[in-house]
Design a protein around this ligand. Structure first.
Ligand code: PAF
Length: 278
């Protein structure tokens, strides 16, 4: 695996692959890699001839400086984790490769960024959309792999690729969970042992709520009960818990398929998100 830090070196690698008629898959990450990321790499390896993993802690998608400073930087262990996967390139752009002096453009996907995480993290999805667009262009990839855990992000990325006529397939991959159902996330390491033991209550509440909605119980009642169950499980706040359509993420008061129940909740000072398909 070659580590590349500049656009010019990346372009040289991708141009050679293109000349040889090879396809390219990209897995965008901010590092702190876990099994969820590695499942995306496996999907990319089974789809494309060449695979690029990108590692860039994108300042534009953080709401506050302390959060950005606290984000784990684990470049060496990330590279080691990728070792067995025979990834072709680990692209770790220097900040000036992404945002050179005078950088003035923002990619903003209207509508889909309203509500859910967008309501609680102003500007976050503009930062994501801008960096992802740049990574798609810089890597010249045919396919990009994202986890369904960040479902709003996935739908925003799908939309920007379609709207901007980018020749890239955006592929959503299933959320990877621990044996107790807890969704993998780079933030999980910040949980104390009690919070870690309580954390699966979030997914259990989603599963129970999805089953009740599928059985015909009124959505508002089910959501109220699920909120209470999440708090009873040890969470301190439920930021949102909503039923939305999959495609346009429209709020739903009655079930329609495909739909998702999406949640963000706080435990032990850590904000966690998850979702389940109905
Ligand atoms: O999901 C993430 O890790 C980030 O939002 C992404 C897609 C790599 C953009 O910085």
């Amino acid at each position: 695996m070659k580590i590349i830090r500049t656009r010019a070196d990346l372009r040289a690698a991708t141009a050679a692959w293109r000349q040889a008629g090879e396809s390219i898959g990209v897995v965008p990450t901010m590092g702190a890699l876990h099994e969820g990321h590695l499942s995306l790499v496996t999907a990319a390896k089974s789809t494309a001839d060449r695979v690029i993993v990108t590692l860039f802690v994108n300042p534009r998608q953080f709401n506050n400086a302390a959060d950005l400073a606290a984000y784990p930087r684990t470049e060496t262990s990330d590279a080691e984790k990728l070792g067995p996967f025979a990834v072709d390139v680990l692209y770790i752009p220097d900040p000036d490769q992404m945002y050179p002096k005078g950088f003035a453009t923002t990619v903003s996907v209207g509508g889909l960024d309203q509500g859910l995480c967008g309501a609680h993290r102003p500007g976050h999805f503009d930062g994501v959309a801008t960096v992802v667009t740049k990574l798609f262009i810089q890597t010249d990839a045919d396919a990009a792999f994202f986890g369904e855990k960040d479902f709003q992000q996935l739908q925003i990325v799908r939309t920007l690729a379609r709207d901007l006529d980018l020749h890239i397939r955006v592929i959503g991959c299933p959320t990877v969970r621990e044996a107790d159902g807890f969704a993998l996330s780079s933030r999980n390491v910040r949980l104390g042992s009690k919070a870690r033991a309580d954390a699966p209550g979030l997914y259990r509440a989603l599963q129970a709520a999805a089953a009740r909605i599928n059985a015909g119980d009124p959505v508002a009642d089910v959501i109220g009960a699920a909120r209470a169950a999440i708090l009873a499980a040890g969470y301190t706040e439920v930021e949102y818990l909503e039923l939305r359509s999959e495609d346009g993420l429209e709020p739903l008061t009655a079930p329609r398929t495909p739909a998702r129940l999406l949640v963000a909740a706080w435990i032990d000072g850590v904000r966690l998100i998850d979702n389940i398909r109905l």
